[in-house]
Design a protein. Structure first.
Length: 403
C-alpha cells in the first residue's frame, strides 16, 4: 500500500489532467466546434450539458463499483473511456456522433473526477481522509489555471480536433498508468468502520431524512454555481461594472477558492465537517444579497466575489467529507454517488435555465432574485439535514482523528 502522500500525488495529477481535458477545455474549443460542425451554440453546449446529465445518472452505479473494487481499476477504466471519448470527439463528423462522443465522456466523468477520487481516498485511508480530500482539491483547483492557456495555445497550433485527440492520449499514457499505480486497497473485514460504529448501507441512507435534505442542499448550491459560472460577467456588467472591471473582479474568485480550502485545512481543521458546512452554506446567500443590493458599488461586487469564491472552494471539501461523517465509510462510494447525482443534474441545468431567464425582460434582476432564493433554500435544507443527522438513530462515524 502506498503512503498517503503518494496516493494524493497520483490523484492530484490525474484530477488536474481530467478536469482540464474533460471540463475546462470545452470553454475554449466550443466556438470552433460549432463553426466546424455547423451547429448552433445551444446544440454545442447542449451536448456538454448532456454529458453532465449522463455523469449524474452514472454516479450511483459507479460508486457501487468503487465500493466493491476500489479506485485502482475503476478509475483506470475511466481513463480508458476518456481516451476513447475524446478521440471520438476529435473525429466526429456530425451531430449524432458529436452527442454520442459526449455520452461516452459523461460516463468517463463519473469514473474519473472528484467523486471517484474521494471514494478512492475513503477506501485507502483509515484516518485522515478529510485532510487528504482538502489537499486534493487544492491541486484540482489548478486545472483551469493550467488548461485554459494550454488549450488556447494547442487550439491555435493544432485546432480543436487534434487538441482533443492529444488530451485523449494524455489520459491513456499518463492518467491510466497512474491510476493503476494506486495499488490495491488495505484489507478490511466487512463491517469494519472508523470508531467501530455501524455504517449505513445505500438503502438505509436513502431512507434517512438527512440524505434527501442534504442532497437538495448540494443540488441547489450546485445550480447556483453552475449558472453563475456561465453568466457571471453579464451580471456584473448589469450591476454597473465595465467589461474590463467585471473580468478583473471575477478573477478574484479563483484565488478565493484556494484561500477557502487552505483555511479549511488550517483554521477549521479541528471542526467537524457539519460545522464547516454551516458556515459554507451561509456564505452564499450573504454573497448574493450583497450583489443584489440596489446601487451596489465596486467594493460590494468585490465582496461578493470574495464570499462566493470562499464558499465554492470549501463546498467541494464539505461534499467529499460529509457522507462519511453522517453515514459511515463502508458504502461511501454508493452513498456519495447517489447524493452527487442530483447535483450533477443541477450543474447541467444551471447554464441553460440561467440563459432562459436572462432572455426575458429584466432578466438580470430576475436571475439574481432566483439565485438568492435558491441559496436561502439550500441553507435551510442543509440545517434540516444536520438536525436530522444529529438524531440518535443516525450512525455518526465522524472521528476527530480524521480531521
Amino acid at each position: 500500500m502506498h503512503p498517503p502522500s503518494k496516493t494524493i500525488g497520483i490523484l492530484a495529477v490525474t484530477q488536474i489532467v481530467s478536469w482540464g481535458s474533460l471540463y475546462y477545455a470545452f470553454t475554449i474549443l466550443a466556438p470552433d466546434i460549432g463553426r466546424d460542425l455547423a451547429l448552433a451554440p445551444e446544440m454545442v453546449f447542449g451536448a456538454f450539458s448532456w454529458a453532465l446529465l449522463v455523469a449524474g445518472l452514472a454516479a450511483t452505479p459507479v460508486g457501487m463499483l468503487l465500493d466493491r473494487y476500489g479506485g485502482r481499476h475503476v478509475m483506470a477504466a475511466g481513463s480508458l473511456l476518456c481516451f476513447l471519448g475524446l478521440a471520438w470527439l476529435g473525429r466526429c463528423g456530425g451531430i449524432v456522433s458529436y452527442y454520442l462522443a459526449w455520452t461516452l465522456i459523461g460516463v468517463a466523468m463519473a469514473l474519473t473526477l472528484y467523486e471517484a477520487a474521494f471514494a478512492t481516498i475513503n477506501r485507502k485511508f483509515d484516518t485522515g481522509s478529510r485532510r487528504a480530500i482538502s489537499i486534493l482539491t487544492l491541486f484540482g483547483g489548478l486545472a483551469s489555471t493550467l488548461f485554459w492557456p494550454l488549450t488556447a495555445k494547442l487550439h491555435t497550433v493544432l485546432g480543436w480536433r487534434d487538441t482533443y485527440l492529444w488530451y485523449g492520449v494524455a489520459q491513456l499514457v499518463v492518467c491510466m498508468p497512474l491510476h493503476l499505480w494506486l495499488g490495491s486497497d488495505p484489507f478490511r473485514r466487512q463491517g469494519d468502520t472508523v470508531g467501530k460504529r455501524r455504517s449505513h448501507t445505500l438503502a438505509q441512507a436513502l431512507r434517512h431524512p438527512a440524505f434527501w435534505t442534504l442532497a437538495l442542499a448540494f443540488s441547489a448550491n450546485t445550480f447556483i454555481f453552475s449558472a453563475m459560472a456561465a453568466h457571471l460577467i453579464p451580471l456584473l456588467e448589469h450591476r454597473g461594472q465595465s467589461p474590463a472591471t467585471a473580468v478583473l473582479l471575477a478573477a478574484l474568485i479563483g484565488p478565493m477558492q484556494v484561500t477557502g480550502r487552505v483555511a479549511e485545512m488550517t483554521l477549521a481543521r479541528n471542526m467537524p465537517p457539519q460545522t464547516v458546512g454551516k458556515l459554507t452554506f451561509a456564505m452564499l446567500p450573504a454573497a448574493l444579497l450583497v450583489l443584489a443590493l440596489p446601487g451596489a458599488q465596486g467594493w460590494a461586487v468585490a465582496l461578493f466575489c470574495v464570499l462566493y469564491g470562499l464558499s465554492n472552494g470549501i463546498l467541494t471539501i464539505v461534499r467529499g467529507s460529509l457522507p462519511q461523517a453522517l453515514f459511515g465509510r463502508e458504502h461511501y462510494g454508493a452513498i456519495a454517488g447517489a447524493m452527487a447525482g442530483p447535483a450533477l443534474l443541477s450543474k447541467a441545468a444551471g447554464p441553460l435555465v440561467g440563459a432562459a431567464i436572462l432572455g426575458r425582460d429584466a432578466g438580470p434582476v430576475l436571475l439574481l432574485s432566483v439565485l438568492l432564493a435558491m441559496s436561502v433554500a439550500s441553507l435551510v435544507f442543509y440545517r434540516h439535514a444536520m438536525a436530522a443527522g444529529a438524531q440518535p438513530h443516525c450512525a455518526r462515524t465522524f472521528d476527530k482523528t480524521t480531521v
